[in-house]
Every structure is written in structure tokens, then in C-alpha cells.
Unconditional design. Structure first.
Length: 118
């Protein structure tokens, strides 16, 4: 008797470069003007990407920054997919907010410091 295996579809295979860990973190998403941020929930996270949940669907630019207050890091990110208020991000760079940062990141650093005081 020959066993028949169903073929593995591309959808069934893991397409991510690094496995994401489920999280329930509070974050901030900055887009356009660095001073414009909105709250988001970080639902999973890896060095290469994240899935975030917004309170409601928002028109975003393709390039955004994800502030992860727990880690003191602001990630440069690209919006990869959207499903309503859920957004998939590819993380393309990271800025340690505990160090000195360039002018574009200073606003996020100030937001992070304010959040850390709470």
C-alpha cells in the first residue's frame, strides 16, 4: 500500500525569514511627520517583521516607524499587507532610543521617555 501525502502549498510553508513570537505589547506607530503617532498593539514580532493592530483602519504611508517602548527601540518599517485594522510590517532598521539618535528619531525618543515614566 502506498501512502498519499497532500502536496505542501506555498501558503502552508512559512514565508517569513524569522519566526515571529506572539506578543501583547503596546506600541506607537509614526508615519509622515515624526510627531504624528497613533497607538497600536503589537501582536507578533521578530527581527524581520511584526503584525500590529490599530484601533480602527487608518490611511498609512508605506514607510512607517514602529516604537516598541518595552525594548526602547524604534524600527523603520514598510507596510506589507493590511486587513482592516491589522497591518503586517517588514522591519528594515532599528534605532536604540537609549543612545543618542539623529534628529528624525528624537521625537520618538521623547515619546518613549515619556512612556517610560508612566
Amino acid at each position: 500500500m502506498v501512502a498519499h501525502h497532500s502536496p505542501i502549498t506555498p501558503r502552508a510553508m512559512e514565508r517569513r525569514r524569522a519566526p515571529r513570537q506572539r506578543t501583547f505589547l503596546a506600541g506607537r506607530l509614526a508615519y509622515g511627520d515624526p510627531a504624528v503617532t497613533i497607538s497600536c498593539g503589537i501582536r507578533n514580532l521578530s527581527p524581520a517583521g511584526a503584525r500590529i493592530a490599530l484601533e480602527s483602519p487608518v490611511l498609512l504611508t508605506l514607510s512607517v516607524r514602529l516604537l516598541v517602548p518595552r525594548d526602547g527601540v524604534a524600527h523603520d518599517a514598510t507596510v506589507i499587507w493590511r486587513r482592516g485594522a491589522q497591518v503586517g510590517l517588514a522591519l528594515t532598521g532599528a534605532h536604540d532610543l537609549r543612545d543618542s539618535v539623529d534628529e528624525q528619531i528624537r521625537t520618538l525618543q521623547a515619546i518613549w521617555k515619556e512612556m517610560a515614566l508612566r
